[in-house]
Design a protein around this ligand. Structure first.
Ligand code: HEM
Ligand SMILES: CC(C)=CCC/C(C)=C/CC/C(C)=C/COP(=O)(O)OP(=O)(O)O
Length: 300
């Protein structure tokens, strides 16, 4: 049982749960009503496994760093409860299984894009960017932002600008999400010599960056309403969540205590979950009304 829990931990289950949630919302937004069960079930499974595999590769590549940081020192590889060989085998098998599911039971486009996400996170971000530049999480954030696109293509088989809007939202959300945590954990990153922004450019500079990206995020979250993808229910929800994020980002410039950065980080997670839930409510509640009014207009 303990071994199961350790393998599960390799997949970063909570992070991946939110990634998969965003992918599933992408599936629902791609079509009216409920998406076809095959894409829904196997698309979700494939994306889940690929993200879990990417996370396991991250554990493998970051073994040295994880041992040095208080937040990650209890990970299975850092404590020695799993060996690098076990982690490698698990990551490779999970990755292969995910590709088989996506290629055979979903579609090739989704498989190719998901593979891009896996390589983007496991190799480009973890093995290279994370150690190379304080802009690591901005560029690497693209891998984490891709799930709604994967959900969309799993259902429709092609890319759509609406799906790219959702990707853009997560992409711009990632810097305030991560830098808030990195401010709190800067000593960890300094000890492990990882060039995160608060280590290389200081906390004050990072706080301003959090505010800058939060303002950008507010603008980007208006896009679904402006382009007609979503309606007023989404817009209302997004504005409330945006005001909350702006409050946190402004307050972070002059925080009441050092824990405040963690509050911003936690808010970022609730924010993304709720924003995507609003996209779905809006789609379900508003779309049938639009269909009805179109029907009515045809009748009249
Ligand atoms: C390059 C992009 C990203 C970076 C660098 C990043 C970084 C982090 C870090 C360092 C943590 C703390 C993990 C821990 O203490 O175990 C975390 C937590 C979390 N992240 Fe991210 N993240 C990124 C993208 C994302 C994305 C795209 C999502 C979801 C769509 C996400 C969702 C979460 C969640 C839900 C948690 C909380 C996990 C928990 O409570 O155990 N992150 N993130
Ligand atoms: C196929 C696909 C969509 C892949 C997505 C991959 C994925 C799991 C993205 C999550 C991003 C994340 C948790 C970054 C933190 O890594 P870190 O190394 O900076 O954090 P750590 O110190 O907690 O390990």
């Amino acid at each position: 049982m303990d071994t199961f829990r350790e393998y599960l931990q390799l997949t970063k289950p909570r992070v991946v749960a939110l990634l998969v949630f965003c992918a599933v919302i992408g599936m629902f937004l791609a079509v009216p009503g409920i998406p076809p069960w095959r894409a829904l079930v196997f698309g979700t499974l494939g994306i889940w496994m690929a993200s879990g595999s990417a996370a396991a590769f991250n554990h493998l590549i970051d073994e040295r760093i994880d041992k040095l940081m208080a937040r990650t020192a209890r990970r299975p590889l850092a404590t020695g409860s799993l060996t690098p060989r076990q982690v490698l085998v698990f990551a490779v098998l999970l990755g292969i299984a995910s590709m088989l599911v996506l290629v055979l039971l979903v579609n090739t486009l989704t498989a190719v894009l998901t593979f891009g996400g896996l390589i983007g996170y496991a190799l480009v971000y973890t093995a290279y960017l994370k150690r190379a530049t304080p802009q690591n999480i901005v560029i690497g954030g693209l891998a984490g932002a891709i799930p709604p696109v994967l959900g969309w293509t799993a259902v429709t088989g092609h890319l759509h600008p609406f799906a790219l809007q959702l990707c853009l939202i997560i992409f711009v959300w990632t810097p305030p999400h991560f830098w808030a945590l990195a401010i709190f954990r800067r000593d960890d990153y300094a000890r492990a010599q990882v060039p995160m922004l608060p280590v290389t450019h200081g906390v004050v500079y990072t706080r301003w960056h959090v505010l800058f990206y939060t303002i950008l995020l507010v603008l980007v979250t208006l896009l679904p309403a402006l382009t007609g993808m979503s309606g007023l229910i989404y817009l209302g929800g997004a504005v409330v969540l945006d005001v909350g994020f702006l409050y946190y980002a402004v307050r972070l410039l002059n925080p009441p205590d050092e824990w405040f950065a963690m509050k911003v980080f936690k808010y970022s997670i609730v924010y993304l979950m709720a924003l995507f839930a609003f996209l779905l409510f809006d789609h379900w509640l508003v779309e049938p009304m639009v269909q009805q009014s179109l029907l009515l207009r045809q009748v009249i």
